[in-house]
Ligand binder design. Structure first.
Ligand SMILES: Cc1cc2nc3c(=O)[nH]c(=O)nc-3n(C[C@H](O)[C@H](O)[C@H](O)COP(=O)(O)O)c2cc1C
Length: 210
């Protein structure tokens, strides 16, 4: 097995180090974050850092890169206090990936990549019509992470939309049925297969299947 210590990693060429380290956190969720600026320009961008924070109240968070260049998603969220999170379906990962290109503020990534903006329940932020799992979130907090000059954005789930046929009786959403894509690093998209579901684990008991 290959071994790299800190100094070996630091000595790697920049792009090789980036691809290597970006793969280490494991297979990530593929989400599109939808926003609108104060004058009505829609924005859509792919993020692989969305994770749930807690269920009561329902909240999630995601990581925003350093604000050293224009970051439309970040600026729009700070201006309008709302955003949407939309699961990427494996059939349209090419469109989802293309949203990471640096489009102008006035250009809508929805139009550029061929996805459809959808507005529900009087929220003024765009959802992705093609997504089978999607939500509207309100901005809760912005935590600067000084070690990497990033921002951890916390949002509260205000409305959730999903196809009922992917839900189990206990609430669990089977995202393999929704064909939600996963991401390795920043450019490797994967399909998912269901392995097993387990009951709540207790010390000294064998894991039991649901
Ligand atoms: C697979 C993938 C995952 C990404 N994940 C993130 C992320 O978690 N946080 C982030 O700030 N940028 C992430 N990006 C980069 C943004 O998608 C990119 O900066 C985009 O241009 C932002 O658009 P905006 O300026 O319209 O917000 C990711 C890009 C790719 C290709």
């Amino acid at each position: 097995m290959k071994k790299l210590n800190f100094n070996d990693i630091q000595a790697l060429p920049r792009l090789e180090r980036m691809h290597l380290i970006n793969s280490l956190g494991g297979i990530k969720s593929a989400n599109l974050i939808g926003t609108m600026d104060a004058v009505g320009n829609e924005n859509l961008a792919i993020f692989n850092s969305v994770i749930h924070l807690g269920s009561n109240p329902p909240m999630l968070n995601f990581m925003m890169r350093p604000h050293t260049v224009e970051r439309h998603t970040y600026e729009n969220i700070k201006d309008t206090l709302f955003f949407t999170v939309n699961h990427v379906h494996e059939d349209w990962v090419d469109s989802a990936h293309q949203t990471s290109a640096k489009y102008e503020r006035e250009e809508s990534e929805f139009d550029k990549v061929g996805l459809t903006a959808e507005y529900r329940d009087n929220f003024s932020v765009p959802l992705v019509k093609e997504s089978l799992v999607k939500m509207v979130c309100s901005f809760v907090n912005d935590y600067p992470i000084k070690e990497q000059n990033c921002h951890l954005i916390v949002g509260q789930i205000e409305a959730l939309y999903y196809h009922e046929d992917i839900q189990h009786d206990d609430g669990f959403l089977d995202l393999t049925k929704a064909k939600t894509a996963g991401i390795i690093g920043l450019d490797g998209y994967v399909k998912t297969n269901s392995l097993k579901r387990y009951d709540y684990a207790r010390p000294n008991e064998k894991p039991s299947l649901k």
